[in-house]
Design a protein around this ligand. Structure first.
Ligand code: ZN
Length: 383
């Protein structure tokens, strides 16, 4: 999603963003309500009134999607899963989770929370509209009644649609949780649940195509034609998301058996702490072509210095400062043993914000593992 997005606020401590594509949906929903649905349901009102009501309804739908995502986020936070942000975009909303759920049970509960919020909201809105209709059947309340039942129906649809068991939809996550609990293999479960996602993507696309063709032949009403196009669109989205998840799972499976020793750089060049930054740049960064070096003295690891650390220092100070002053100090987080799985090393890099780790065996440096080396390794082996 290369289009811009804007932060509009925070909820549960999570920043909320609106993606540019969301405005397309907002305009589409507002205009189709203002020119079709509302004049049909509430004849005799002024055109600005229809547009005003359409806009309010679209905003309330946006709020419904947000509450759905907050449902997922609330449960995820209870499992200590950080939520980086919630983005609202053309296909609804997405809560970006910082890591995978720790257990099938956590996955199940997080996945169910969103549709549950939508179904409860739907029931409350529909129930409220029905009660209002019974108790106060006044003409002035008709607009509220129409908006309430529309909101109720959309929330029920939102809940039910997301329960389609194709990964990465919520229902697909429920399926993955089940498969994961069954075969005890997270990546295999993802792969299988995404295969079902591919199937539903194709099915939605086909249903959309049939609806569209039927409409062209005049057998169906006008409003279903737009739904047909929309179904094809959603089918394509689900298909590509499921395909990406399946590939990701295959990569993770391949990586699960890979150890740090297999991907690390064996020939490690180290810097001395009392060398000037200028020296380090001229003699090491430029000529050796590495993005960072361990700093050692007397066989002891003192830290790591990277291109980023050098860039943070104004160029005029390069001849005056020493590597020791700008390096990142050695810490247990910086060092890993060679028999660790690569996945674990990548998790460590992700958590610590480092792009390279020093591989130590018997208190000696035996290698260096970097994000780019892992990427190159995987690229070569894919070929
Ligand atoms: Zn959801």
């Amino acid at each position: 999603m290369a289009l811009p997005h804007w932060k509009i606020g925070r909820a549960l401590g999570i920043p909320i963003y609106v993606h540019a594509s969301w405005f397309v949906v907002f305009l589409f929903v507002t205009s189709s309500l203002a020119t079709g649905y509302l004049p049909d349901m509430l004849p005799g009102l002024s055109i600005p009134r229809y547009w005003g009501m359409g806009g309010i309804a679209a905003l309330l739908l946006f709020l419904s999607v947000l509450l759905h995502e907050l449902g997922h986020s609330y449960v995820a936070l209870r499992y200590q899963i950080p939520i980086r942000q919630i983005t609202l975009f053309i296909f609804g909303g997405m809560a970006h989770m910082g890591k995978e759920p720790p257990s099938p049970r956590a996955e199940l509960l997080i996945a169910m929370a969103g549709p549950l919020v939508s179904l409860i909201l739907g029931a409350v809105c529909l129930g409220g509209a029905m009660v209002m209709d019974h108790l106060f059947a006044q003409p002035g309340l008709q607009g509220l009644l129409v908006l309430g039942s529309l909101l109720g129906l959309v929330n029920v649809q939102l809940g039910l649609f997301n329960l389609i068991p194709g990964f990465p939809l919520d229902g697909g996550r429920v399926l993955r949780a089940g498969l994961w609990a069954w075969n005890k293999d997270f990546n295999r479960a993802t792969s299988q649940a995404s295969l079902v996602g591919l199937g539903f993507g194709v099915a939605l696309g086909l249903i959309g195509a049939v609806v569209t063709v039927w409409n062209w032949s005049g057998a169906l009403g006008q409003s279903l034609a737009t739904n047909g196009g929309w179904l094809i669109f959603i089918g394509l989205f689900l298909f590509s998301a499921a395909l990406a998840s399946r590939r990701q799972a295959a990569r993770q499976t391949a990586m699960a058996s890979l150890t740090v020793r297999q991907v690390m750089v064996h020939r490690v060049v180290t810097l001395l702490p009392d060398m000037t930054v200028q020296d380090a740049v001229d003699r090491y960064f430029v000529t050796q072509g590495f993005g960072g070096f361990p700093v050692c003295e007397g066989g002891q690891l003192l830290g790591v210095v990277t291109v980023r650390d050098v860039h943070a220092l104004p160029i005029g100070l390069w001849p005056l400062r020493h590597v020791r002053e700008i390096m990142r100090q050695a810490s247990p987080a910086l060092c890993i043993p060679p028999d660790w799985p690569v996945m674990q090393a990548m998790d460590r890099m992700g958590q610590s914000g480092l792009d390279r780790l020093v591989v130590m065996e018997n208190e000696e440096i035996v290698g260096l593992v970097t994000q780019s080396a892992i990427a190159h390794f995987l690229q070569l082996h894919k070929a």
